[in-house]
Design a protein around this ligand. Sequence first.
Ligand code: HEC
Ligand code: HEC
Ligand code: HEC
Length: 452
Amino acid sequence: MALVARRGGLAIMGDDDGAEVPMRRILAAVAVVVVAGLIAFGVIAWRPSIAPITRPNPSSFPAALVARGEKLAAAGYCASCHTVRGGQPFAGGYAMPTQFGTIYSTNISPDVASGIGNWSEAAFKRAMREGVARDGSHLFPAFPYDHFNKLTDADTGALYAYVMTRPAVSSPEYKNTVPFPLSIRALQAGWKLLFFHPEPFKPDPVRSAAWNRGAYLAEGLSHCGACHTPRNALGAEKRSKAFAGAPIDNWIAPPLDKSNPAPVPWDQAELSAYLGTGVTRYHGTVAGPMAPVVHGLAQLPPADVDAIATYFATLNGTVGKNVDPAPIVAEALATDRIGTGLTYDPAARLYAAACASCHFNGADRANPLRPQLALNNALNLDDPTNLIQVILHGVGAKDGAPGVVMPAFSRFSDADVARIANWLRATRTGKAPWPDVEKKVAAIRAQGSERK
Ligand code: HEC
Ligand code: HEC
Ligand code: HEC
């Protein structure tokens, strides 16, 4: 076949029989296929608008239902994404940077004009299950509907009762910076076809009730995988790498599977302590984007937190293993003295001056309020990001152990932060050095601290 120009138009010449098809006809055929494709896609993408309602009277919702919704909203961190720093709860506007631009959370207070005051329960449930707004437009998966679709009808109903009984707050419209054509919401239907397979949570009859409860919360409402599972180029969680660890908000959400590098394995008791209180004996305290998660989970009954711990202790293989932490802890405690004596190593001297006063532990057991650095994953992960974050920004009184503060060392130069980080990695872990730490410090400093 040859593409040739003829009589002012284009025609395709067959090699042997010389038959000609005028370009007009080919273009017409292509146009028909494109239009048919668009119509088919339109049919797939189209969702009806659900009629607006008059804002329900808050007193029409039973108090017990609202109270249940409050706990569920805490464990789904609705307020943490739907509130800007210092702003009115649920009024939206929280910026979520994604690789496709910034997406702002919307106002989910019951304000009729700018919130969801005129959304029926059916519209709310469809949003949670399918990621579709009341007007029929597709929502971006920055809203974790890819997890919320697992919720039972009763739980979604309780959430509706809770948000509809909050004070109505008026807000401006927030403009996403997702560029055209990705900003076309109908295209989200294509993303959903590829990556979104909604189904209610199905209990596994072989597992215990606690495991199933934990799986329900972790996979659905508390969407642990939204941060701890790596995403593909189109922003969908890689199911084959569930909980393998991932970068999030300039932090690293460590692996929660067997590949977690903590010297003392994360068993059920340590997971329960971490998720329920934010403080552990062997793994340090909660910081960064994980802190609001723990604040939310703390509102759940302790049995629910233990259930989540059961789920992850099964996933990471610690259930039934009973590793004795004593020798691992003894080895870690022995590293405490490195760099605290007379030394001319500039890194050791910086550590002695800046850190040792709090992190040195002369006792024979780990002290939860002074994390044992050799045991901490800030030092043991393949990536120094979390250690740099903790050094530059500290751990506030509200995060980690309540009332206890790890000061911020933002006045240290990039070189000094890198010096301490590299030295701790070398003296407290047997692991390979991190590459380019100083550059990473500069990059993390430039991003600033997103947190309050
Ligand atoms: C990780 C952040 C995040 C969390 C957690 C989150 N949301 Fe959202 N939510 C968003 C974003 C972002 C949008 C807007 C998506 C868009 O514009 O396409 C949104 C949209 C919504 C909408 C649609 C509102 C509208 O005006 O179209 C509803 C309803 C909603 N969220 C309810 C909830 C509830 C209930 C919870 C807690 C169970 C919750 N969200 C937790 C980020 C979040
Ligand atoms: C908003 C993102 C986000 C969500 C949601 C989230 N995590 Fe995390 N998680 C993180 C980050 C970031 C860290 C690192 C924090 C640190 O080093 O202090 C972390 C740390 C952890 C750790 C400590 C791991 C280690 O090796 O140090 C555990 C355990 C954990 N998360 C479990 C969970 C569970 C269970 C859930 C769901 C109930 C969850 N996370 C939901 C971001 C998140
Ligand atoms: C004034 C006491 C103090 C000083 C000085 C101090 N820390 Fe901390 N550090 C803490 C406390 C307390 C925590 C536990 C966090 C919390 O509960 O607020 C902590 C936590 C940590 C963690 C673990 C965070 C986690 O997610 O588990 C690391 C790593 C750390 N510090 C490193 C350092 C380094 C490096 C220095 C020196 C540059 C330093 N600290 C100086 C008190 C201190």
